[in-house]
Design a protein around this ligand. Structure first.
Ligand code: ATP
Ligand code: MN
Length: 538
């Protein structure tokens, strides 16, 4: 059970420049739920969960994410399309506009923290225009005890004003929405977008700078769980590859579903206090733990309810990125606190829409470093007219949009930790089998789960070469047998029934890998470069 703190203290927002606000400090999730419904900003679903629409934005907007260029960041951040610089004076001017906008309004304030390991705790104050965004902060950040709240000293502040529209010409933004990190002032300033993911990923991005630069800790875009023997597993992957789905495993205790740190002291800790799951096509049969987490306290985003308040998870008329947030306690089997020891297994999840990567394969240390820097997944041929082929998508460290430093910095830290801890690294294709998107089908969740369980239970021999086939194109070690999985599924080529097209498509992908890797080559030693695919078409 969650302990819903009833707090009597209140705070003033004048120090932030927010004048005359009607401050609603640290309301309980029940109160925020009620206020949201009363104001007509959301509805209660039949499950008891709150359902809201996030408005114009139903996903993050990476092109509108900026970092203030100042003494702390100027020589450390990897500036470019991902980390777009923002002028410090422009920030101050825009900040003043936002706090003026928030003045004289009812404002929802929540004190919380990130990082489940005491030694890394980061206190956060979240200031929201909307009650449901404040409930999202309750769900996703860690919840301080009443004792901790008494002397609470906020370090970072999130100012979240979805209704404020910037004027790009005057404010220096690209368009009316923005998410800006200011490391000198320790502020994440978010406006013009109600997408809640900006709040959690704002703090994630801040930690991705703070932890490696000041705390010798590797931040990771990954989920994590732990088995009965205390064996930690972590799952890296880009959006939609299965971090949340596969880490939610009834046989293992969940540490966290999206953001973790790996310390120099051989431990792993969750940054967050909740989960943020995709709910597209969610079914109780396939994902019972997540399905049952959708109850009072959870917040559904951009789903369609019928007249009785039932959610139709197949309905993607608002967006494919339908979501639910809930406190981690909504999952039955969790690790308390959300920490673990050095991982024993690392999974790199990729949704290969070309259908050419093996469903599971073991990587050597150089292959692991290569694939980590590449961060491959694929975008499926979407609803856009004319796009009939899957598009390869590379995102360094499986999370480039959130990484303020050069990817090589994170890769170096990971390599070092992998070698020191002797962790096993696996590449898992949760994408297509039997052909590319449009021809083949998505890998059955049941099979992916069986492959992961086999690794975790020690049923896949670690490096008995006879048990593995070295893939002639990718060079990775593909197991020949796996309990719970038809043998034919383990070889992607065999599932195609068309060798010529299989190899053609595989070469298309390896060429994309090579093209993408060019920009990192100068930063990587021979050892890492050797980890790439073995054969390319010319
Ligand atoms: P994000 O970073 O956006 O939170 P994520 O990595 O956590 O993304 P999930 O929320 O786990 O991604 O989404 C994976 C989706 O793919 C789910 O909707 C899941 O049901 C679906 N899926 C279908 N087949 C598989 C499979 N074989 N393995 C994993 N997920 C699968
Ligand atoms: Mn997730």
């Amino acid at each position: 059970m969650i302990n819903y703190n009833q707090v009597t203290k209140t705070i003033s927002l004048e120090v932030y420049g927010i004048k005359n606000a009607n401050v609603q400090y640290q309301l309980s999730p029940e109160q925020l739920h009620e206020i949201t419904v009363e104001k007509g900003l959301g509805k209660e679903a039949s499950s008891g969960a709150l359902a809201v629409n996030t408005g114009e934005f139903t996903g993050r907007s990476p092109k509108d994410r900026f970092i203030v260029k100042d003494d702390i960041t100027k020589d450390r951040v990897w500036w470019g399309d991902i980390n777009i610089p923002f002028d410090a004076d422009k920030f101050d001017a825009l900040y003043n506009k936002v706090v003026n906008y928030l003045s004289n309004k009812e404002i929802f304030v929540r004190d919380s923290y990130a990082c489940a390991d005491e030694d890394y705790k980061l206190n956060i104050r979240v200031i929201n225009e909307y009650p449901w965004s404040n409930q999202f902060a309750y769900n996703m950040f860690l919840r301080p005890t009443e004792e901790e709240l008494k002397g609470f000293d906020p370090e970072w502040t999130v100012v979240n004003a979805p209704g404020f529209m910037a004027n790009p010409e005057e404010d220096g933004t690209r368009q009316h929405n923005f998410a800006i990190l200011n490391f000198s002032k320790k502020i994440a300033l978010i406006g013009g977008t109600g997408y809640t993911g900006e709040i959690k990923k704002g703090i994630f991005s801040a930690l991705n700078f703070i932890l490696p630069v000041f705390k010798n800790t590797l931040p990771m875009h990954c989920s994590a769980n732990v088995g009965k023997e205390g064996d930690t597993a972590i799952f890296f992957g880009l959006s939609g590859t299965g971090k949340t789905t596969l880490s939610t495993d009834p046989n293992r205790s969940l540490i966290g579903d999206d953001e973790h740190g790996w310390t120099a002291g051989n431990s792993v800790f969750n940054f967050e206090g909740g989960c943020y799951a995709k709910v597209i096509n969610l079914s109780r049969d396939n994902e019972p733990e997540i399905y049952d987490a959708i109850k009072k306290g959870a917040i559904l985003e951009n789903v369609i309810l019928d007249k009785d308040g039932h959610v139709n998870f197949e309905d993607i008329s608002i967006t494919q990125n339908t979501r639910v947030s809930y406190p981690i306690e909504h999952i039955e089997n969790i690790q308390v606190p959300s920490t673990g020891k050095n991982p024993k297994n690392i999974f790199f999840l990729t949704a290969d829409a070309f259908g050419v990567l093996p469903p599971i394969s073991k990587l050597t240390p150089s292959q692991a470093a290569y694939h980590f820097i590449s961060g491959y997944t694929a975008k499926v041929a979407g609803t856009e007219a004319g796009v009939v082929e899957p598009q390869p998508s590379f995102s360094a460290c499986f999370g480039a949009p959130f990484m303020p430093l050069h990817p090589a910095k994170y890769a170096e830290m990971l390599s070092e930790k992998m070698i020191k801890s002797g962790v096993n690294v696996w590449l898992v294709n949760t994408g297509w089998t039997g052909g590319p998107y449009g021809v083949g089908t998505r890998m059955k969740l049941k099979y992916t789960r069986a492959m992961i369980s086999a690794v975790l239970n020690g049923d896949l021999g670690l490096y008995n070469y006879d048990d593995y086939h070295i893939h002639s194109v990718f060079g990775v070690a593909q197991p020949r047998e796996c309990p719970g999985v038809p043998t034919s599924v383990l070889s992607p080529r065999a599932t195609w029934n068309d060798d010529e097209n299989y190899y053609k498509t595989a070469f298309k992908l390896t060429n994309a890998f090579r093209e993408n890797f060019k920009k990192f080559e100068a930063h990587c030693n021979e050892e890492i470069r050797r980890g790439g695919p073995q054969r390319y078409a010319f």
